[in-house]
Design a protein around this ligand. Structure first.
Ligand code: AMP
Length: 284
């Protein structure tokens, strides 16, 4: 991978990297398509990163579908697929980590201690190995994007982060490799995350700015679905993920919920232009 990256740079290619953990779906493929539009060399990585899973999480049972993933990347014209073994990424005695303090400690970080340290560390390594000009991430994992953007800024990395929209099923459920864990009942109930965000969007469109009111609206929607257990509903500033009392400029409304043993995430980006607040946009 390093050799390919060196050659691409020598040939003045614009290099795009799409990091994934595999078990591909349209969400992943949308990142590859975007990269193909913007870059003359596109690399994908496929690595189920042990360091971003907690001891009681689903590392062992995470879906692994290498053959079909590789075929799908090839079909979309990915120039190289980087699929290292865990020992190659973390050789014996590995002891260097990236901590993005603050952002990493809240929400997902609180529910999953060490998760963002694992993410930031592997993403920095992937950037070092593949040397991309652009790296493509989905807004589905909004806090992950914020952690990576902060790392890129703080450590002066020569890569531009491109954030791509959330790809959804027809009924609104955000695509996720973990949706495969849901039984039919849970799958049906899982649209509750999307429906709660839609209700929050309606509140905001009607003029509500107060975060507590928006959170309460989401909780009420969740109360109608006995199969779902809300983990958190939060309104945060888009850049630092600090909770805000009122939605303003660029805020995320975030939800995490358990459907049986499966934990799912979803979010909505709310943009309110300072000069013209009536031109508010909610990206679900
Ligand atoms: P993962 O394989 O889960 O680590 O995801 C790899 C990349 O795909 C990350 O940047 C995710 O944010 C992105 N991604 C996952 N699901 C979606 C989705 N439904 N829409 C857009 N991007 C997604």
């Amino acid at each position: 991978m390093k050799e390919a990256a060196r050659q691409a740079r020598a040939e003045n290619h614009l290099v795009g990297l799409v990091p994934t953990m595999g078990a591909l779906h349209e969400g992943h493929l949308s990142l590859v398509r975007r990269a193909k539009q913007e870059c003359s060399r596109v690399y994908a990585s496929l690595f189920v990163n042990p360091k971003q899973f907690g001891p009681n999480e689903d590392f062992a049972k995470y879906p692994r579908t290498f053959e079909s993933d590789a075929a799908q990347f090839a079909e979309l014209g990915v120039d190289a697929l980087f699929a290292p073994a865990a020992d190659d990424i973390y050789p014996g005695g590995f002891s260097s980590y990236v901590n993005v303090d603050g952002i990493s400690d809240r929400l997902e970080g609180r529910s999953r201690p060490g998760h963002f340290r694992g993410v930031a560390t592997v993403v920095l390594k992937l950037f070092e190995i593949a040397q991309p000009d652009f790296a493509y991430f989905g807004r589905k994992d909004a806090q992950q994007v914020a952690v990576i953007q902060r790392m890129v800024r703080d450590l002066n990395l020569n890569v531009q982060i491109v954030v791509c929209p959330i790809v959804r099923e027809a009924d609104g459920l955000a695509l996720s490799s973990r949706n495969a864990y849901l039984n039919p009942e849970e799958r049906r109930a899982a649209t509750i995350l999307y429906r709660a965000l839609q209700a929050a969007r309606a509140e905001i469109a009607a003029g509500t700015r107060d975060a507590l009111e928006i959170q309460n609206r989401i909780r009420t929607v969740f109360n109608s679905e006995p199969l779902a257990r809300l983990d958190y509903a939060e309104v945060v500033a888009a850049d630092d993920f600090e909770p805000v009392a009122r939605v303003s400029r660029a805020s995320y409304v975030l939800v995490a919920a358990h459907l049986g043993k499966t934990r799912l995430l979803d979010n909505m980006l709310v943009e309110i232009p300072e000069k013209n607040p009536t031109e508010l946009v909610c990206h679900i």
